[in-house]
Design a protein around this ligand. Sequence first.
Ligand SMILES: Cc1ncc(COP(=O)(O)O)c(C=O)c1O
Length: 445
Amino acid sequence: MPAVQELLDRELERFEREHPRSRELADEARGSLLSGVPMPWMIRWPGGFPVFAAEARGARFTDVDGHEYVDFCLGDTAAMTGHSPEPTVRAVAEQSAQGITLMLPSEDSLWVAQELTRRFGLARWQFALTATDANRFAIRLARELTDRPKILVFNWCYHGSVDETVATLRDDRVVEREGNVGPPVPLDETTRVVEWNDVEGLERELAHGDVACVLAEPALTNIGIVLPEPGYHDALRAATRATETLLIIDETHTLCAGPGGYTAAYGLDPDALTVGKAIAGGIPAATYGFSEAVAERLEAMLPADERADVGGIGGTVAANVLSLAATRATLDEVLTDEAFERMIALGERFESGVADVIERHGLPWHVTRLGCRVEYLFRPERPRTGSDAAAGADPLLDRLIHLYALNRGILLTPFHNMALMSPATTEADVDLHTEVFDEAAAELA
Ligand SMILES: Cc1ncc(COP(=O)(O)O)c(C=O)c1O
């Protein structure tokens, strides 16, 4: 059997040969785009240069060389609706002819807030354009409310480009995460970090009494999926309540668990919740909401003075009428309860296809699923913590599998082996992945 590097070289050569137009554009882009890409993450696609997109619809897209792909990356969740879902496109067309941004509320903001309460249970909402900003604003409000300086996050978490969260543990010390660009202050001044599923560590760090809020995904999703152990969420809620620390749940990725995210699916009771990316079908929109009790405290604390507009929360084009029209249409007609039922069933089909391949080829790998999100890791056991998951990563094998899939018409989420099902994804799309994964596994076994 050829070694991983040998297979990778073969796949790189095929990629280069079959993507001449993308290659041409990538070369030209070096003259006008920083590092040849419009956004830094795009430098990390596995072929040496990114595929340039031509058009996308539903669960598929085509590139400038005319290849068609099944898209399981779906804009790293921002297009979990499938690309350009008809109700969102219609709402955007109608709204954009009637105003795009006014800094005035529209009726849609009310409808969306009421729908968010129905789905997630929290009482009052605000809007932003990205999940990063929703997290940033929720953190600021938590600090203001508690008069405490720090936040607590979990090792190997990701919550967007929020300064306080790009931290990690090294020899039990909080340091900046490798690759963190231009941190404003040392991370141990702003942040406490503990391992996911470590109740003792959590209680110890919260006991300092200087943590305004815990910011947590309900399951880690950005270092592969790391699920909470039984009872962990109860312990997290009890420890935050005991220390009067606010609990902010970031549902940006775990919305995959159902229409009300993990919070509704598993009955969580956070003080605040943030979610972005998919809620407007790919149009920039995000939201952050608070429980009744916290909302009342915030409203009492934030009088209508200059803090309303220069206090470090909000933004000129946040809550614009176009984003809210898109969010309304997406929640009302695309990411519906019925759509989630189908998406989760597809996730189960994806998971069992992968599990079957792993077993048949006797590979020391495993697969995990959360709702309509599925992830495979190249190690036999499920990780318990972020560090565990990070230690089990195999960057070379990751790169090979991504490129192998790409060369055969399948796009996986970069950085890890994640696949997301949209309302437009079909069983045939899932089965195509299983076939290609089987082919790769046979070469690697
Ligand atoms: C859990 C989570 N929260 C927040 C974000 C930030 O989203 P955005 O980059 O759209 O601001 C991400 C991005 O990957 C995320 O995974």
